[in-house]
Design a protein around this ligand. Structure first.
Ligand code: ATP
Length: 338
């Protein structure tokens, strides 16, 4: 039995959560994997209600669970997810960009993963003003760079596709911070002689993600660059509605869509729940790995093939060129889980 904490979020978060709950209930009923789901509040609504974007009871419940699913939150995102990532030491943000059939994609047959360092860079909140100048401090440490680099190489081995890691930075400008990141990644690369290693400036990477996205396997990069490049990569394969993510630490992990709360479509049943369902798929893979539980791997596979099958049949939400509502799309996915 696995305890899953579920932060329902803001904007399209509650609709996506409803969809994922139905999927998890189906996993409970049809696939015999016992899951206990605890719904939790965090984000703008929680802030208005309790004065805190990340209320203590939510934090405690997340810590008590085996894994957390987090729907997007609104304006208070930095006070929720950035805090959770740092408090729970979820150092690896893993963002796959994978082609599914019938997508409004720039290119097909893409299967790449961005391994984004998740705890430092410009996300530590160290900003201040000196007179009329605002300053942000960028921290890149050897320890954090090393562990994300190692993680990236392990993913390349596990995927066993192109067996290649691309280290992305801007060390020609940020000589100290990105200089360190680049140096540490190349040192780690020497421990993995069977994996091809290359370095690329972030501007060149942004261009190559459009020009030849099929050339990438695993991209390892710093926090802010990873955030930007993963939105771009998601768009190349069909859009944010299909983009899941994992935040992974030593003993805990949190799974969430790449996108934000998308207030423009909130409450309209227009959200694509695939991003959150595929995040749940990543959660089952992680649970399977952590607990050596084959059943979890099977569930992960079934969730992905359920989504794959539905879009292959041309059943899609509006963002990817279809006309199905969030609830209708979810129902098709559920019927495809066997
Ligand atoms: P943030 O600034 O935190 O990234 P945002 O709301 O400004 O959040 P996103 O939610 O990341 O921006 O996404 C941009 C746009 O992409 C949304 O406004 C929405 O139109 C579309 N979008 C994002 N996610 C989905 C989804 N799951 N289904 C359909 N459309 C989506």
């Amino acid at each position: 039995m696995y305890k899953i904490s579920l932060i329902t979020g803001d904007g399209i978060g509650p609709e996506l959560s409803e969809s994922v709950i139905k999927v998890l209930e189906t996993v409970n009923d049809k696939l015999n994997l016992r899951l206990e789901i605890e719904k939790l509040e965090a984000g703008d609504k929680a802030l208005a209600k309790t004065g805190k974007a990340l209320p203590e009871p939510t934090l405690h419940a997340v810590k008590r669970s085996d894994a957390c699913l987090k729907a997007p939150v609104g304006e208070s995102a930095a006070d929720v997810i950035v805090v959770l990532r740092r408090m729970l030491n979820l150092y690896a943000n893993i963002r796959p960009a994978k082609s599914y059939p019938n997508m409004p994609a720039l290119k097909d047959n893409i299967d790449l993963v961005i391994a984004r360092e998740n705890t430092e860079d410009l996300y530590t909140g160290m900003e201040f003003e000196i007179g009329s100048t605002a300053v942000a401090l960028r921290t890149i440490s050897e320890q954090a760079s090393k562990r994300i680099a190692k993680y990236a190489f392990l993913i390349a081995i596990q995927r066993d596709l192109k067996r290649k890691v691309t280290c992305v930075h801007k060390s020609n400008v940020m000589r100290k911070t990105d200089g360190l990141f680049s140096r540490v990644c190349s040192e780690v690369a020497r421990e993995f002689p069977k994996i091809e290693f290359e370095q690329m400036y972030v501007d060149a990477c942004a261009m190559n993600l459009i020009r030849q996205p099929e050339s990438f396997d695993v991209i390892v990069t710093t926090n802010l660059f990873g955030d930007i490049l993963s939105d771009e990569a998601a768009q190349v394969v069909g859009g944010l509605g299909m983009a899941p993510a994992a935040n992974i630490g030593e003993s805990f992990a949190l799974f969430e869509p790449v996108h934000g709360a998308a207030f423009d479509i909130a409450g309209k049943q227009a959200a694509n729940p695939s991003s959150f369902i595929l995040s749940a798929k990543m959660m089952f893979e992680w649970l399977g790995m952590k607990n050596k539980d084959q059943k979890c791997f099977e569930v992960a596979k079934k969730l992905e093939s359920a989504v794959y099958g539905v879009v292959k049949d041309g059943i899609k939400t509006k963002d990817i060129g279809g006309d199905k509502t969030t609830a209708e799309f979810t129902q098709y996915v559920i019927s495809n889980i066997s």
